[in-house]
Ligand binder design. Sequence first.
Ligand code: NAD
Length: 358
Amino acid sequence: MKLFEVMEKDDYEQVVFCQDKASGLKAIIAIHDTTLGPALGGTRMWNYASEEEALTDVLRLARGMTYKNAAAGLALGGGKTVIIGDSKTAKNEAMFRAFGHYVQGLSGRYITAEDVGTCVEDMEIVSEHTQYVAGLGKSRGSSGDPSPATAYGVYVGMKAAAREAFGSDSLSGLTVAVQGVGHVGYYLCKHLHQEGARIVAADLNKEALARVEAEFGAAIVSPDAIYGAACDIYAPCALGATLNDATIPVLKAKVVSGAANNQLKEPRHGLALAERGILYAPDYVINAGGVINIANEQGGYNEERAYLQVANIRQNLEEVFRIAAVEKMLPHEAADRLAENRLANAKSLAGGKSGCLC
Ligand code: NAD
């Protein structure tokens, strides 16, 4: 890979390779853009088949965080870390201590947090060596589990999508098919039930299903049947890439709005949804509640203030739908435009990049 060519193409600022022989740490920190503020993005630990695969992934994820944070209206840029290794067998304490030193060395240009393969306990170790880590336990005055905030953001975003598609933001009497009733899906079902929506749910986990059946009267269907379930709204809250050639033709929903990351298998599936008259609420706009919640740790976490900001996801989605209508774009393209507009405005105001908390 010609690294500088790749960095130049999507305008990455910095890539840091972190190696510590004693602990076995092999990590890559990618900072995509700090125009709006320090780059915030979690640390993923994954057993990559090659260093090139790890590099490709961290670059993709860091850029994704720039767009997500910008579309959310946060004063934060985009970054990400990957640690190469199997999180079940290759983790050790010294590795996270060494990683903490590397994060501290960036002097606040990058703020880390947990992600796939890392957990709050790992970040507690990192925090002994750097203040630039977010999402620690609530006992540390931190924001805690992001899932309830993510679910609340999906709920308010779903209301914006319902208004766009059905002319009313009330979800009462509508049927929502929720795929995955884990951390986010469960709290989403709670909001839906409170508003009087009917819930159809699928999950691989029988206990999780039994809980939403008992608490919210959810009708249970098999994992394969969720796509074709009779409903108004499909809420993917489990896996990525569930909007694809096999599923889009069978969807009965008129709206897709859920928490999962990377819902469109390929960008062309955004067009396939539109051709079937299905409104898509872009994933990284509607599922930003967790990152908005974590961002509120800057200057001291306050839950009430954080949730008021999460509620802005509704306005962000309305803006996405407005751009899509005016510019004759698909919603996922309009989401990118929203993020790019915010970046361009900040660049023209600041005359350059910032990215330091101090
Ligand atoms: P989770 O692991 O707690 O829940 C996912 C649920 O989906 C589990 O109960 C699992 O059994 C179920 N599942 C897996 N495969 C399935 C299948 N084929 N059919 C039906 N159900 C299936 O995860 P989560 O934290 O609730 O996150 C859900 C999604 O939202 C993920 O894609 C995640 O990346 C995304 N997301 C989460 C957050 C957050 O704050 N947790 C923030 C942004 C995005």
